[in-house]
Design a protein around this ligand. Structure first.
Ligand code: LMR
Length: 400
């Protein structure tokens, strides 16, 4: 066999930080890198509701035989109800002339990949419009599925403002049939979410131009609370004829390594919903065949048992309260960082240059992404002062 050479892949900018942080022996190190929630002890424990559900699963599960290409259909149904049905009403979407189909996927990334492949199949020559900055894997992941992408500026780091007019201007040049990537809530990396009015304007624009929203929903429950965090997604689904949604259970169920997610599409008729449902399976078969079961079965047990569900919701409330308290503490410690308290979810994007980021990591043991993104949930309340002092020492005192 002849030899072969591969190009050295560039390290993933976020995942690379995990190894670097672990290898650092400084006791005062702070991990604001990868988007993982930490509690007030700095741990990412298995949630109590998850532990209980896993014990039930261990006891009850009698087979690990294949389930099928779209995974655990009851999990998909329950997750769909949680995301799309308003509280108190478990009314299926079809009651509002929207039909939902969905499939379990390996995490939110798997859902994005399947969504991208479906979008390519629906609109082979269409472009996906992506506001930047965005999650660094959005472009490689969607492009690997065959999508053409077009970026536009959607946020100004220096003023910490959403460039909504620029967004509208860019999307006004999109072609009918193009897609628009939208962060459902807790924007990654900026923490700056569109207002309800902006979402409505965006929906109007997408409908006028014939554009399809593709919603990435990864942090619901970690911004203002579950119901509020789902508002934008529900609004888009109601307003637009077809919406693709990639949902993750990594963060809000703390099931990161178990890879739990689902892809959904809302359409206007049952026939199309059934057809897309089958197509999700067709796509999955060509990539991974079937999603892993354990995490999705765990979520199914939680969502189907009112006591476990309430326990999980209470744990989620603890998480969001901690993130909000940290945001407020950072703003109080350094008034120039006041904007942090107005942003949502785990991330904010600080206007730091690469020398400042390097110095924070190397000289101050504060780990953060190269673009200046910080994972607020990685900080401890008693580290806030140290963090703000480190920012000052690299010459960043917030906005003036
Ligand atoms: C992040 O943005 O840090 C997380 O979504 C982890 C990842 O896969 O990049």
């Amino acid at each position: 066999m002849s030899d072969f050479n591969l190009p050295e892949p560039s390290p993933d900018p976020l995942l690379d930080l995990i190894g670097r942080y672990r290898a650092d022996s400084r006791a005062h190190k702070i991990d604001l890198g990868v988007g993982v929630y930490r509690n007030d002890k700095g741990d990412t424990p298995v949630l109590a509701a998850v532990k209980t559900a896993e014990a039930i699963l261990l006891e009850q599960q009698e087979s690990k035989s294949y389930l099928g290409l779209t995974g655990d259909t009851e999990f998909v149904k329950l997750l769909g109800n949680l995301i799309f049905s308003k509280p108190g009403s478990n009314e299926p979407l079809s009651a509002s002339n929207k039909f939902l189909s969905g499939a379990q996927t390996p995490g939110g990334s798997g859902a994005l990949r399947v969504a991208s492949e479906l979008f390519c199949a629906i609109r082979p020559s269409a472009t996906l419009w992506v506001g930047v900055p965005t999650w660094p894997n959005h472009l490689p992941l969607t492009q690997a599925a065959g999508l053409k992408t077009q970026c536009y500026d959607a946020f100004c780091k220096d003023t910490q403002t959403i460039l909504f007019d620029a967004m509208v201007k860019a999307l006004s040049t999109a072609q009918s049939g193009d897609g628009v990537l939208i962060h459902g809530c807790c924007h990654n990396p900026t923490g700056a979410d569109l207002s309800v009015e902006q979402i409505q304007t965006l929906c109007q624009l997408m409908n006028d131009k014939g554009l399809m929203p593709v919603v990435d929903l990864a942090y619901h429950g970690l911004g203002e609370g579950l119901q509020q965090d789902l508002q934008a997604t529900r609004e888009i689904v109601q307003q637009c004829p077809h919406t693709l949604i990639a949902a993750s259970c990594s963060k809000n169920f703390g099931l990161y390594r178990d890879r739990v997610g689902a892809v959904f599409i809302t359409t206007g008729d049952q026939k199309r919903a059934d057809n897309t449902q089958a197509y999700f399976g067709h796509i999955a078969r060509r990539i991974y065949s079937m999603p892993p079961d354990h995490g999705a079965a765990t979520v199914r047990l939680i969502l189907s048992d009112e006591t476990l569900k309430q326990q999980w919701l209470a744990e989620l409330d603890t998480m969001v309260s901690r993130v909000k308290a940290l945001r407020n503490a950072i703003a109080k410690q350094q008034p120039g960082l006041d904007f942090v308290s107005r942003q949502r979810g785990m991330f904010s994007l600080l206007p730091l240059n690469s020398q400042q980021v390097d110095s924070l990591i190397n000289d101050h043991a504060v780990y953060l992404a190269g673009d200046g993104r910080i994972n607020i949930a990685g900080c401890q309340l008693d580290q806030v002062e140290q963090f703000c002092n480190a920012l000052s020492e690299v010459g960043f005192n917030g906005l003036r």
